[in-house]
Design a protein around this ligand. Structure first.
Ligand code: HEM
Length: 258
């Protein structure tokens, strides 16, 4: 009788089929994505420290606002971006470890987003006179992004828990959910980019007004952050749709006694 045995085994044969060009392309896009993820955060920090006087908490609501862009970029772009990228960086690790790291990186984004949100709420409510809340397109995009992120996190977390409790019984359900979770994950990332770009535009217009059209130095810095984020959106779309970059730790091999 012919039986087929599934063995957990690194996919060396497949890896070896990759040509030099494939490796070059893979390395290039992953390194570029890493530079852009860290670069967008670094540039945002540089912008608020150099042009907006750094950070404070409730004693100075104007400077408290500065925490908002930095923490939102850290949470929604850098941590969430690495969390997604892990599925392409750790191609040969056991999937359970990749899932654990994916959850940890997303969990790290939560305090950043919560504090970033609190900072902008305080900076509006404690201003003298107080500033209205949720009037702008940016704030609406931001709310949708945070809502989707929360749904995705709760859903992903519970799928991970049921994976730990009853792996076999829930395999069908979990694998049916993977494409939905992945597609909404990319949507959330793109929406976060849209929120950041609209937020940056709004802030630079508030501060520079007409001077924005006179090619002020700060305008260049803000535009560079925006383009870095747009480049991330394009690159992530490419990386996630490139089939050969996918995670493939297991191979179906025939039992040697056959
Ligand atoms: C994914 C990232 C972001 C999310 C989810 C987000 C979310 C929000 C939300 C919900 C508000 C409304 C707060 C209120 O009305 O009390 C807000 C306000 C604001 N945000 Fe963001 N934000 C993000 C990134 C940024 C960035 C990078 C900037 C750049 C400076 C920025 C600039 C602003 C400004 C100027 C306001 C006050 C004016 C307004 O309500 O539109 N945001 N943000």
């Amino acid at each position: 009788m012919t039986t087929v045995k599934v063995v957990c085994h690194r996919h060396y044969e497949d890896e070896n089929e990759w040509s030099c060009g494939n490796w070059l392309e893979y390395t290039l896009v992953i390194v570029l994505a890493t530079i852009l993820l860290l670069g967008s955060l670094g540039l945002t920090l540089f912008w608020v420290i150099n042009y907006h006087g750094g950070f404070a908490w409730q004693e100075d609501p104007k400077k408290q606002f500065n925490l908002h862009p930095v923490l939102m970029v850290a949470g929604f772009i850098t941590f969430s971006g690495f969390s997604i990228l892990l599925y392409r960086i750790c191609r040969c690790c056991r999937r359970i470890y990749v899932k654990l790291l994916h959850t940890i990186f997303h969990a790290l984004a939560i305090p950043c987003v919560a504090l970033g949100f609190l900072a902008v709420l305080d900076s509006h409510n404690l201003a003298n006179p107080p500033i209205a809340n949720f009037y702008s397109l940016h704030s609406w995009i931001g709310l949708v992004t945070m809502g989707l992120f929360a749904i995705q996190f709760v859903f992903g977390f519970f799928s991970f828990l049921i994976l730990l409790c009853c792996e076999g019984a829930t395999a069908g359900f979990r694998s049916a959910m993977v494409p939905i979770h992945a597609s909404f994950g990319l949507t959330t990332f793109m929406l976060a980019i849209a929120a950041c770009v609209t937020g940056l535009t709004e802030k630079v217009m508030f501060k520079l007004g007409n001077r924005y059209s006179h090619f002020e130095e700060e305008g260049y810095v803000v535009n560079t952050i925006g383009i870095t984020l747009i480049a991330l959106g394009i690159l992530f779309g490419y990386i996630l749709h490139r089939d050969s970059f996918r995670h493939r730790p297991n191979v179906l091999i025939r039992s040697p006694d056959l």
